[in-house]
Design a protein around this ligand. Structure first.
Ligand code: NAP
Length: 451
């Protein structure tokens, strides 16, 4: 009875509101775009909401170095401060938008906002992947909204699709090309035959890759994102540190030549799927994918997520995964959703779409059974194939085909074996032995075929 009365009072209070206050912390690529897009789309957003979404506070560490005169002209009463606490604690701010990047600061801002009864929107994938349940718990306790759409695949509405449009689905798998930098590099290597180093340097020149590209090219960035996708698809918290991640540095243009002969291409695939015994298999690694498949169509600095449902089958969402404006749209969409919930008195009811969460139990990647691509680069001499196939046979792995591109140098001769379905662990052990043969000009490269 009391609860019903409180709800009715909160809905009545929401319905009578004429504006909702927003505070943005962090005015870098995404934060500055969020402010600009909000002002540019202000009228339309107000019309959608039936009330004004009002920028009330802005914060950035070196705020004095930013030229905000244009903003001060438009927003006379906006608070501008280098101190995030002055935004998180501002009574005029209903929704705190956290866009600072650094994990510890982002976490401190998020907890201060939620414990102080503010609603929170964040674009910080590491924060959500590593502390997602803590945020959910806190937002439920405070009946505060929690928006995380911008954390995965930037401007695409993939998390909303999982939580709302497909809430009736039982997901069996979610697969994504979640890192625009690596996808740009791989598609440049595929289309122009350039090396990894050359494609990376061009990506850096165009601003697609950071000066230190490790997080992207080693798969760490995609690992946070697949952990979040798995969280929302399966209602399970994935221990990010336990997700195996393998990058793309070892891929060579010759691998695309072989991939095409097999009617395949190569993409960095982040995958989470249901495995035996209620476990989840989660990984980030380059895979040989069908050239005619949905994921192969994701080219350049674009992201794509394939949601596989028990009843609806495949749903593919693609779009710009990064960049100030696309990400700002995702941030603002979360703010608008929370504002609607404030107006209807429903904020914080089921943060991130589940009322009960459990800890995910991860399946061992070594138990994964798939056909494999094995590329060896050898100093050519007679009998190598016999020795390699002898090792594979001892590990009970059948060879499906042997491929060799013509015209390759004898001192570093690449050739490929495609292997019939085998456990990943078997293949890893065999390849470790092959690598010790003493004829390798480069370490062997192994990739699963994605079926
Ligand atoms: N960039 C993208 O395309 C993209 C896409 C999706 C998600 N995201 C996520 O969005 C978030 C922001 O990314 P970004 O690219 O906009 O980063 P950014 O360009 O580095 O901007 C970060 C901003 O936060 C400010 N800041 C840092 N620490 C602060 C503190 N303690 N107090 C107040 N302000 C502080 C910085 O100020 P100073 O310049 O003075 O240090 C800067 O203005 C990150 O979590 C990122 O992962 C980014």
């Amino acid at each position: 009875m009391r609860e019903r009365k409180e709800k009715a009072e909160s809905a009545a209070a929401g319905a009578s509101r004429r504006s909702i206050g927003v505070g943005v912390i962090g005015l870098g690529t995404v934060g500055a775009s969020t402010v600009r897009v909000l002002l540019e789309h202000q009228l339309e957003i107000n019309r959608r909401l039936g009330c004004k979404l009002e920028l009330r506070a802005l914060c950035s560490r070196r705020i004095e170095q930013l030229d905000l005169s244009w903003l001060r002209r438009r927003l006379k009463d906006v608070k501008i401060t280098p101190d995030w606490r002055a935004v998180a604690g501002d009574p005029g701010v209903d929704v705190v938008v956290e866009l600072v990047g650094n994990l510890d600061t982002a976490r401190a801002i998020a907890m201060a906002a939620l414990t102080g009864g503010k609603h929170l929107v964040t674009a910080n994938k590491q924060l959500v992947a590593e502390h997602g349940l803590e945020l959910v718990e806190q937002s439920r306790r405070a009946a505060a909204g929690l928006g995380i759409e911008a954390c995965v695949a930037g401007g695409t509405p993939v998390l909303h699709a999982i939580r709302e449009g497909l809430a009736g689905e039982h997901f069996t798998a979610v697969l994504g090309i979640l890192n625009g930098t690596t996808n740009y590099i791989l598609t440049e290597m595929e289309e122009r035959g350039c090396s990894f180093a050359q494609a990376l340097s061009e990506a850096q020149e165009r601003g697609y890759a950071e000066p230190d590209p490790t997080a992207d090219v080693e798969g760490h960035d995609a690992r946070y994102k697949i952990a979040i996708l798995a969280m929302l698809c399966f209602g399970a918290a994935v221990p990010v540190a336990e997700v195996p991640a393998e990058g793309i540095r070892a891929i060579d243009p010759v691998d695309f030549a072989y991939a095409h002969r097999l009617n395949r291409t190569i993409r960095l695939i982040a995958a989470a799927e249901r495995a035996k015994g209620g476990r989840l298999r989660v990984s980030v690694r380059p895979m040989m994918i069908p050239r005619s498949g949905l994921l192969a169509g994701v080219r350049g600095a674009i992201n794509g997520v394939l949601l596989v449902g028990d009843k609806g089958g495949n749903t593919m969402i693609t779009g710009r995964g990064a960049g100030g404006e696309p990400t700002a749209v995702a941030v603002l969409s979360d703010v608008i959703e929370i504002a609607r919930d404030i107006l209807s008195g429903a904020a914080g009811a089921t943060p991130l779409g589940y009322t009960a969460w459990h800890a995910a139990r991860l399946a061992r990647l070594g138990d994964h059974v798939a056909p494999f691509y094995l590329r060896l680069v050898v100093r050519d001499r007679p009998g190598i194939i016999a020795r390699v196939s002898g090792i594979l046979a001892r590990h009970r792995i059948n060879i499906d085909a042997v491929l060799q591109e013509p015209g390759q140098p004898k001192h570093a001769l690449p050739f490929v074996l495609t292997l019939e379905s085998a456990r990943q662990e078997q293949v890893t052990r065999a390849v470790r032995e092959i690598a010790r043969l003493g004829v390798m000009a480069q370490p062997p490269l192994v990739m699963p075929f994605f079926e």
